[in-house]
Design a protein around this ligand. Structure first.
Ligand code: NDP
Length: 296
């Protein structure tokens, strides 16, 4: 394989080390630890695993972790009341509501209740508008992690043609906006896009965030393309009693001719939690009236 494999796991580990050093500085300056509160409603096993690993990573970075696990019978009013309590809690710098919420709960209303200064997932209208206006704000973790990998691999992205496949609030849309802000020429593709292979063939950068196993084929990718594969898809098990393997949205084995590609697992996934810690530190410094840290 001639393509360079972009090692998101190693990059994320280095980022977490740098964050931990900055957290120690914050504690010395502010006299307290940055705090991240995560709200999990219901008993979805995948969400439980994500919330558990976020809590461990938060503590490992030297931050305070507050986990609120609520039953799926929780009412909208009680959920909003908890968000408001965390908005008013000085020990909490970041609030993350683990999505999706169980049926019957309103995700948009819940996100809208989060104080934008503590919105470490970057989903409130205020932070979406700041990103659209290319102003400082809190940016969704996964796309910001993708940008860090792209800047690390390519440097200046000015003038490059980028295709983002997917237009979700959490990944596709903010990803496209970040690429525009970095002076790329951006095409956003989605389920209604015509001639997707031809569109992808023009791209210097491809970000796949669809949720369909190996949908982007090798012959859609030109040589010299840098491919960021956000998708996480579980294949059917080949042996009884075993889990199927995880694959991305790109047919990795067919992409040996590209310039560089993130693997699944070990590419974008580890970046998401590292950037969540980064966003919590950024929020904590802003709330404490401290200057932003360069290069984070
Ligand atoms: P969503 O389901 O919210 O969005 C999927 C997007 O893909 C939609 O915009 C949809 O289009 C588009 N799409 C669906 N089918 C096609 C198609 N045939 N051709 C082109 N576009 C299509 O997913 P997310 O954005 O939340 O997540 C995408 C993937 O990334 C998932 O696999 C998820 O597990 C993974 N993920 C990984 C993370 C990580 O840390 N690595 C974090 C977050 C997500 P339309 O809008 O028209 O419906």
């Amino acid at each position: 394989m001639s393509a360079e494999i972009i090692d998101g796991k190693a990059f994320a580990a280095q980022l977490r080390e740098r964050i931990a050093a900055h957290v120690a500085d914050f504690v010395a300056e502010a006299g307290r630890k940055p705090g991240l509160a995560v709200i999990l409603v219901g008993d979805d096993p995948a969400s439980q695993v994500y919330v558990g690993s976020k809590g461990k990573a938060t503590i490992a970075a030297g931050m305070e972790s507050f986990q609120h696990v609520l039953p799926s019978s929780t009412s909208q009013a009680d959920l909003i009341a908890l968000v408001e309590q965390l908005n008013n809690d000085d020990a909490v710098d970041g609030i993350l509501v683990q999505l999706p919420l169980p049926d019957g709960l309103d995700e948009a209303a819940t996100v809208a209740a989060i104080d934008p200064a503590k919105d470490v997932d970057g989903l409130t209208d205020a932070n979406v508008a700041r990103l659209a206006n290319n102003e400082d704000g809190l940016v969704p973790c996964t796309p910001l992690g993708c940008m860090m990998l792209l800047h690390d691999r390519i440097g200046d992205l000015t003038g490059l043609d980028a295709v983002v496949v997917g237009r979700s609030q959490l990944v596709g849309r903010p990803m496209a906006q970040l690429l525009v802000n970095a002076n790329c020429t951006v095409t956003v593709a989605h389920s209604r896009t015509r001639n997707l292979p031809d569109i992808v063939r023009n791209a210097d950068i491809v970000v796949a965030a669809v949720g369909r196993a190996e949908m982007v084929k090798g012959d859609w990718l030109k040589r010299d393309t840098v491919v960021i594969d956000v998708g996480i898809n579980r294949m059917p098990p080949t042996e009884e009693g075993k889990k199927g393997k995880l694959v991305g949205d790109v047919a990795f084995a067919e992409a040996e001719h590209v310039k560089a590609i993130t693997p699944v697992p070990g590419g974008v996934g580890p970046m998401t939690i590292a950037v969540l810690l980064r966003n919590t530190l950024v929020a904590a410094r802003a709330r404490a009236g401290l200057a932003r840290v360069d290069g984070l």
